[in-house]
Design a protein around this ligand. Structure first.
Ligand SMILES: *Cc1c(COP(=O)(O)O)cnc(C)c1O
Length: 500
């Protein structure tokens, strides 16, 4: 290697012509804002066939002008969205993002700090955002927390802190196998599957997750929970944590969190709340009662990218006791020692509060959006989504061919089309077909689940762009499609004879 020669021709990734890049950058900003402004006019979704075909290329060796790369983006990527920024997207629980969030993402990428630690403004932004969340959820300002990629990671960290704190021995060192009794966690059958993944990741095993039955409103049955804890204790196991859900993923049910907090207190258990989207309803005074007890959680997981409409990804874990949080993860090697001054100084390192060392500047988009809109505006939007769910439930109830499959306590509506002559077991297939047609005809994008053994079309509203008429259109389209498709699912006696 000719060092001399290389150093004479030093290069970088910066452009030779900043003026040209600036023009293209302005063009991109214009195009993207226009894209957001006109999102309602475009189809919500289309199969990404061109994307799948055209994106396949060998590893690029020679450079391509940025303009050409952008043209490819516009041709092969941009026209095939997931659909979630569209006003008629209500699938799974997926937020819409916001124009302010888009711009903040660019600013964060420009500064490009590593928020694992160090004395720089980004870490103070994260601390500020965490303080706002503590205030929102009635946590003391002393509490600890961390921004993470989403609710799954937040649940994992909450359970990791619970495990490390409550094992009764140094489980970080000795591992779960050193436990005298089986370490057990309790939740309801409606709890999100990220909790199970966490149990597996933490070496506790999914067998150690006790799934307690729910009542007709899909809320955990406290009496059964108490019974299970007592029985397990008698058998020599080690219960250490109860998970309550504020807003279950299937139906939006909110567990009786006061009850759960009392049970945890009585049995000296860690109380974790998964409030991925539902916790956000705590900003509404009318949900004070339903969410009572959430502020008693030792750890609270929630998402920013769902009901705070922050662009992907961003979630948060709050831990009530800051000392416990620090002790759960800190491992400080020589190369990460905290210094008194310089860039290695500053506040406690966020990387010691979780498992990721390098961390992006997630807090900036949240900081921007919370400032730009203020919590008042969030109250209006969250309340609007809940009212839209109630309105949709009413529309479903008014339609004899539609059946509401679960109560609607929050922002989720589960329903299905029912037709005379379609056998119960065929109704699942019919409704699945309706759902796929809703997507493929680009009418609307609900998702699905199974409620009491029945396939449900499921609408989860964390969308600030939806309007009343969008839900009217959904109901109308479901009925129209149901009538159109039902004959295919009527099993006539003749065909039964043929196939049987
Ligand atoms: C979405 C969700 C999660 C997982 O959060 P991600 O941000 O998708 O990782 C966990 N629990 C509930 C109740 C959820 O709705």
């Amino acid at each position: 290697m000719e060092v001399e020669k290389i150093l004479l021709e030093e290069q970088s990734l910066d452009p030779e012509d900043w003026g040209e890049l600036r023009r293209l950058g302005h063009q991109m900003v214009d195009d993207m804002l226009r894209h957001l402004e006109t999102v309602r006019e475009r189809p919500i979704w289309q199969p990404p066939t061109h994307a799948a075909e055209n994106l396949k290329t060998p590893l690029p060796v020679e450079p391509t002008p940025l303009e050409d790369v952008y043209a490819e983006f516009q041709q092969n990527i941009l026209p095939y969205p997931m659909g979630n920024i569209h006003p008629r997207f209500w699938g799974w629980v997926i937020g819409t993002g916001s124009p302010g969030g888009v711009l903040a993402e660019m600013l964060a990428a420009t500064m490009n700090p590593n928020c694992g630690g160090g004395d720089h403004a980004a870490n103070y932004v994260e601390a500020q955002v965490l303080d706002w969340f503590k205030e929102m959820f009635g946590y003391s300002s002393e509490a600890s927390g961390l921004l993470v990629s989403g609710g799954s990671m937040a649940n994992l960290l909450g359970l990791a802190v619970a495990r490390n704190t409550c094992a009764g021995f140094d489980i970080r060192k000795a591992g779960a196998r050193a436990s005298k009794g089986q370490l057990l966690v309790y939740c309801s059958t409606e709890t999100h599957n990220s909790v199970q993944k966490s149990m597996e990741m933490l070496g506790l095993g999914s067998d150690s997750l006790r799934k307690i039955p729910v009542d007709a409103d899909f809320r955990i049955v406290s009496a059964k929970l108490k019974e299970a804890i007592c029985r397990d204790k008698e058998e020599g196991h080690r219960p250490f944590c109860v998970i309550g859900t504020a807003g279950t993923v299937n139906t939006g049910a909110i567990d009786d969190l006061t009850d759960l907090a009392d049970i945890c207190e009585a049995h000296d258990l860690w109380f974790h709340v998964d409030g991925a989207f539902g916790a956000i309803a705590a900003i509404l005074p009318e949900f004070k009662e339903q969410l009572a007890g959430m502020d008693r959680a030792d750890s609270l997981a929630f998402d920013l990218h769902k009901w705070l409409y922050v662009p992907f990804e961003a979630g948060c874990i709050l831990i009530k006791d800051p000392k416990i949080h620090r002790e759960a993860f800190a491992v400080i090697p020589d190369y990460l020692m905290h210094h008194e001054r310089g860039i290695a100084g500053g506040p406690y390192y966020f990387s010691n509060l979780g498992i990721e060392l390098s961390r992006g500047f997630k807090s900036l988009k949240a900081w921007f959006m919370l400032k730009e809109h203020g919590i008042r505006k969030y109250e209006v939007l969250v309340r609007q989504n809940i009212a839209q769910a109630a309105y949709l439930a009413d529309l479903v109830n008014e339609q004899p061919e539609l059946e509401l499959l679960a109560p609607v306590p929050l922002n989720i509506v589960c329903y299905r089309f029912v037709a005379e002559g379609v056998a119960p077991e065929k109704l699942d297939e019919l409704n699945k077909e309706i759902l796929m047609e809703l997507h493929e005809r680009a009418i609307a994008a609900p998702s699905f689940t199974v409620i009491d053994g029945k396939y449900a079309i499921r609408v989860a509203i964390t969308n600030h762009r939806s309007r009343k008429e969008d839900f009217e259109a959904l109901v109308e389209a479901t009925v129209t499609l149901g009538r159109e498709l039902a004959p295919q699912f009527v099993v006539s006696h003749d065909t039964q004879n043929l196939t049987g």
